[in-house]
Design a protein around this ligand. Structure first.
Ligand code: DGL
Length: 265
């Protein structure tokens, strides 16, 4: 392990700003922990890239976070988790927390036996997703939809735009017609769309994401490795992006004790 000190930060990366939805959950549960977040926005979206490209970018992001002495790495990206976490776990000596679409919890909650999932092409086509969905009870129908274009709009600060609304209507209406009652958000960018999605699908459809579960798992694994901080440290959270930081700054505007830096990375 690069360093085993409890005082070292939690490293978090995503293809862009979406993983900040996971950072928020981690920071809420573990406010005493320092965090380092890397947004590889210049390479977003990962969802359309090949497995090899996603792997190489995930390695680069991991090494950046290890150079900053991260004691654990949260892969706050479904696409990177489903394509690269196996390799990362086998090749680096720190614990990794991944995120996968919450289809299992959704399959346990559905009453119509029909669950929708909105995710990137890279996630839906991955072997890990295939393996996870093959374990779901055969009575449950899973309707998969690639959220083509959504990550780009979020990265460009167009969460509340008519383009976004039109795309979401196009992706969600077929699922509504097929009577889903649970919708899984299988990309860490999408929780920023929850209010808009809820408006489109109505309140009888439950929106499920994996953010809180990832934060709980991070806490459990830190504790298991005796890396959980138990002092009253006033934490600092550093954010790095290799693209213009305006949108990132906007979504973090209610956070305190943070720094945001643009990098050539
Ligand atoms: N936040 C990433 C995920 O969870 C976005 C993927 C992308 O860059 O396409 O999958």
């Amino acid at each position: 392990m690069e360093s085993t000190s409890k005082n070292n930060p939690i490293g978090i990366f995503d293809s862009g700003i979406g993983g900040t939805s996971i950072w928020k959950e981690v920071h809420t549960l573990l406010p005493q922990e320092d965090t380092i977040y890397l947004s590889d926005s210049i390479n977003a979206p990962y969802g359309q890239k090949t497995k090899e490209e996603i792997l190489q970018l995930s390695i680069k992001n991991t090494e950046f976070l290890l150079n900053k002495n991260s004691k654990i790495i949260v892969v706050a990206c479904n696409t990177a988790t489903t394509n690269a976490i196996k390799y990362l776990r086998a090749n680096y000596n720190v614990p990794f927390i991944g995120i996968e679409p919450a289809i299992k919890p959704a399959s346990l909650q559905t009453k119509t036996n029909t669950v929708g999932i909105l995710a990137t092409k890279g996630t839906l086509n991955s072997e890990l997703f295939e393996k996870t969905s093959s374990k779901i009870n055969d009575d449950i129908t899973i309707i998969e939809q690639v959220g083509q274009g959504l990550v780009e709009l979020i990265e460009n600060g167009k969460i509340h735009s008519s383009e976004m609304e039109n795309l979401l209507h196009k992706y969600l209406q077929p699922m509504i017609d097929q009577k889903i009652d649970c919708l899984v958000l299988g990309c860490t960018h999408y929780p920023y769309l929850t209010p808009l999605i809820q408006k489109i699908v109505g309140h009888h459809i439950k929106i499920i994401d994996s953010g809180e579960a990832v934060a709980r798992q991070t806490k459990n694994i830190l504790s298991k490795h005796q890396l959980l901080r138990n002092d009253n440290h006033k934490s600092h959270c550093s954010f790095y992006s290799n693209k213009d930081i305006t949108v990132l700054t906007g979504i973090l505007n209610d956070s305190t004790n943070i720094s945001i830096e643009k990098l050539d990375f």
